[in-house]
Design a protein around this ligand. Structure first.
Ligand SMILES: Nc1ncnc2c1ncn2[C@@H]1O[C@H](COP(=O)(O)OP(=O)(O)O)[C@@H](O)[C@H]1O
Ligand SMILES: [Mg+2]
Length: 373
């Protein structure tokens, strides 16, 4: 069957009510699409800006059917949709990216297995299905990191194991897990790669990501690395997109290891926090690229017209800075409309742009926004 193209005027269905859905919905409406959201809450970042909403659980067949019946094409901003739910949606409507890609990214073992088959380099890893597998982990070398295979985000569900004594002292772990060697990295990088219905692949520039308390804090676009390394990261992202037959956008997180090599950390087949800089530094941002890909529209260049620094606004402490940020020249603020600012919750982000090649130095980075209180 020929893959269907959906012209502006069609309805794009987005599963998930969070900020990624909100910004995707705004991008879809810019292109003249209607947006229908499936969310567990009637009032959520995405439902605030969508034309219509199905309120229901992501694994409730009645809610999924109601949702699908109101859309032409389905995409998602929320990754943890059950396999049954995905199957049900796929019987009703085109789901882009395909459910199979989501199934891979939902499970770290499936993800690493598939990425190894594709041939991209990963941090050395082992599946740990129960206590009997722990003894083999010494072969990976220390320090190690154990991660739950499902539902991890912002560093949640991770256990750092410095040495063999710590490994032997472990009890009551939430198996199955993935063990990875801790990589001594220079920096963390990511690439947003998008692949269209016709196979066109575009990569936004390789960026550097810095985390704070396990949550993305700052993105520097472009990453301060040699151009050939930046290109190598994009090539890795493009090869994964092609091998998976991706239709839509995907974030590829990488480590730039101290020995100079690149390793893929994880993939996220949806818009990604580390792509928010594109909203102010590219003519067509990650959300519009995603909507274009899932509806089958052409994909324009992913060129960066400016350099950019993206700061996340996390929890009540950063929300207290918003009045001062609003009064700062050159700070493009994006707020997600979340009512409650809990600690660790992503509330918005701020992009600051510079002419290409004029990204500020480390000291000046600190002073871009009003200080944290
Ligand atoms: N093998 C590793 N070596 C070093 N640091 C790691 C490793 N795995 C994860 N981390 C650190 O933990 C962060 C979160 O891990 P990640 O696998 O990306 O999980 P999440 O799904 O929570 O984003 C990474 O961005 C990185 O800073
Ligand atoms: Mg991650």
């Amino acid at each position: 069957m020929k893959a269907q193209i959906f012209a502006p005027g069609s309805t794009v269905g987005i599963i998930g009510g969070g900020q990624l859905g909100r910004m995707s919905a705004v991008a879809a409406s810019k292109l003249g699409f209607h947006v229908h959201v499936l969310s567990t809450e009637a009032s959520s970042p995405a439902t605030e800006v969508a034309a219509s909403v199905t309120v229901g659980a992501y694994d409730d067949p009645a809610a999924l059917e109601d949702f699908a019946s109101r859309c032409d094409v389905v995409t998602f901003e929320f990754e943890n949709i059950s396999a049954e739910g995905l199957g049900l949606l796929e019987r009703h409507r085109p789901v882009r990216p395909a459910g199979e890609i989501l199934r891979i990214s939902q499970d770290r073992i499936a993800e690493k297995t598939r990425l190894s088959e594709i041939g991209v380099r990963l941090a050395p890893w082992r599946a740990v299905n129960g206590p009997e597998d722990l003894v083999e982990l010494e072969m990976l070398g220390f320090p190690l990191i154990l991660k739950t295979t499902r539902f991890g985000y912002d560093g949640k569900g991770q256990f750092r194991i410095p040495d063999v004594e710590a490994l032997e002292a472990l009890t009551d772990l939430p198996y199955p897990l993935v063990a990875e060697k801790m990589i001594d990295f220079e920096r963390e990088l990511s690439v947003m790669v998008v692949r269209g219905l016709d196979g066109t692949v575009r990569c936004f520039d390789t960026v550097e990501n810095r985390h704070r308390n396990g949550i993305l804090d700052v993105t520097l676009a472009p990453a301060r690395i040699m151009p050939d390394l930046a290109r190598q990261a994009q090539d890795m992202a493009a090869s994964i997109a092609e091998a998976l037959g991706l239709v839509g956008i995907m974030g590829v997180e990488l480590f730039h290891a101290a020995d100079g090599s690149l390793m893929v950390n994880e993939i996220a087949p949806r818009p990604h926090n580390s792509g928010h800089w594109t909203m102010d530094a590219c003519l067509v941002d990650q959300f519009e690229m995603h909507v274009r890909a899932v509806t089958g529209l052409p994909l324009p260049s992913a060129r960066r017209h400016s350099d950019a620094v993206m700061h996340n606004l996390i929890g009540p402490k950063d929300m207290a800075r918003v009045p001062a940020i609003l009064a700062t020249d050159g700070a493009s603020i994006h707020l997600y409309g979340k009512v409650e600012a809990r600690p660790g919750r992503k509330m918005g982000h701020v992009n600051t742009i510079f002419p290409r090649g004029a990204l500020p130095g480390e000291l000046a980075l600190e002073g871009l926004l009003p200080p944290r209180c």
